[in-house]
Design a protein. Structure first.
Length: 494
């Protein structure tokens, strides 16, 4: 039998990184065993589901390159089928009509009362309509009395399943209320809809967050009532906030949104690599994996049982997200094949209005060499348009700390650097070795302060205090830009 898994997000907000990791684990497992990765949008919460959220989810999956194998299933389209299943169970005597007024069987207070009763009495079967004779139930329904449909949970027994991550699981029937399958307005509830759709989609493995464990026990009851084969369940450890609390959209905002990382210059492959290591490992020291390597190595038995922690500090711009995510993104930018990086840099420069068509034509080789030079110290793609701006535009800012450290601390540089520019005007071979000889000779004439001169030149040429080798910067910017910037007094006036 072909393995079939599904990712089933609710479109009530952007794609949460926890949901994205669930999608990734489903995708990798399916591809590892030669199965199918399916997508179901669980849009039955009419009040909260939005088209915008659906688009955000689809964009996040597309960015991560998690392509689903069949047409998207929209759960709301299946509501008539869900209702038919509820009525089938009712007709088979496996469910019953609950005529309790809706206001008496909904709300947090009622749920709390049910849970308290369960703790005290160990009996969830005291609904007055549970054993109502069929004739009377039919009469009340025919008379137009509103009713919900509940599953009849056995008076004794246990739900049992073997979780692929957490092992043997059981729960006594006495701890589970008679599940509402259908509300009085005909709206199917989550547990019924999920089971019906998983059966119809022929899902063989349900891989989802640990917070669904309670639902799984309820869904097992529905599978059994339908005489349907249960899928294999695998529950994933949660991703927690730094304080070990639940990582949530409401509390933590955009730092948990996938589109935040796309829009802040993360390489999709790098963030995907970071995500997979939040709760899984291949059992080796290696941390950088290609997609093909992940597909080859991924297995459910290497998923951790302990929750993962997503570390960030909302009050520190330098640590706005997990340091490991930033490190991994920097590793990808530094080491990925240049031909893969160039299109990403192009997109970033275009968004910053720094792109020039010559970069794909006359200046193509120079552009690629520039990108290769400056990527070494960058953490995100945004760095190409911010820290690297001086390599693509004359309109760049000077870092105040760099001016203070590299220029104004040595007032003589205000004279020396324009003099260096005049010296460089005579250089015909504007390449690394020649530049090194000329600048060292100039420094000796000024008292041997080669490092001071080079650091000052760096700030005038790039606006920064640190960066690539200065000789490479001279060569990359070229003779004309180098001379013009060394003569400029703009930085000195700031």
């Amino acid at each position: 039998m072909t393995t079939r898994v599904r990712f089933a997000p609710s479109p009530t907000g952007y794609l949460h990184i926890g949901s994205a990791r669930t999608a990734l684990f489903n995708y990798l497992f399916a591809k590892h065993v030669g199965g199918k990765f399916l997508l179901r949008i669980e849009d039955t919460d009419i009040e909260r589901s939005t088209d915008e959220s659906t688009r955000s989810i689809l964009e996040g999956l597309q960015w991560l390159e998690l392509q689903h194998d069949e047409e998207i299933v929209y759960q709301s389209n299946n509501a008539p089928k869900h209702r038919a299943v509820a009525l089938k169970l009712l007709n088979e005597g496996k469910a019953y009509r609950d005529f309790t007024p809706r206001e008496e069987r909904s709300g947090a207070d009622v749920k709390a009362a049910i849970q308290e009763r369960a703790r005290e009495q160990k009996d969830m079967r005291d609904n007055p309509f549970r054993d109502l004779p069929k004739e009377e139930s039919d009469r009340k329904a025919d008379a137009g009395e509103p009713f919900a449909i509940r599953l009849k949970v056995g008076a004794s027994g246990k739900t049992i399943f073997d979780d692929a991550v957490y092992g043997f699981q059981e729960r006594d029937y006495s701890e589970i209320e008679d599940l509402v399958l259908l509300r009085s307005d005909g709206h199917p509830l989550y547990n019924l809809a999920v089971v019906c759709d998983d059966i119809e989609m022929r899902i063989t493995h349900v891989i989802r967050g640990q917070d669904h464990l309670t639902n799984t026990h309820k869904q097992v009851l529905i599978y059994e009532a339908l005489n349907a084969e249960k899928p294999t369940f695998a529950h994933l450890p949660l991703i927690l906030a730094p304080n070990k609390g639940k990582l949530s959209k409401r509390k933590h905002g955009e730092v948990v949104s996938m589109t935040t990382y796309r829009d802040n210059g993360f390489v999709a492959a790098a963030f995907r690599n970071f995500l997979v290591l939040l709760g899984w490992s291949a059992g080796e020291e290696k941390e950088i994996y290609t997609m093909d390597e992940l597909v080859s190595k991924f297995s459910l038995d290497h998923i951790h049982k302990n929750n993962a922690v997503f570390n960030f500090d909302a009050n520190d711009p330098r640590h706005w997200t997990d340091d490991k995510a930033l490190w991994m993104n920097a590793e990808y930018i530094r080491t990925m094949p240049l031909e893969d990086l160039i299109p990403l840099v192009k997109a970033e420069l275009k968004s910053a209005k720094l792109w020039r068509d010559e970069y794909e034509d006359d200046d193509k080789i120079h552009f690629e060499k520039t990108v290769d030079l400056i990527r070494e110290r960058f953490f995100t793609l945004k760095d190409f348009s911010s820290q690297g701006r001086a390599f693509f535009s004359e309109d760049f800012d000077f870092d105040e700390a760099a001016i203070a450290k590299n220029l104004k601390k040595f007032s003589e540089l205000q004279t020396w650097l324009p003099e260096l520019a005049e010296t460089l005007e005579t250089v015909e071979d504007f390449t690394h070795d020649t530049l090194e000889t000329v600048i060292k000779q100039f420094a000796e004439e000024k008292g041997g302060k080669f490092g001071v001169i080079m650091n000052g030149a760096r700030t005038l040429l790039t606006g920064l205090a640190v960066g690539p080798s200065m000789l490479a910067v001279f060569e990359t910017l070229g003779k004309e830009k180098t001379i013009r910037r060394l003569k400029s007094q703009i930085a000195w006036s700031q």
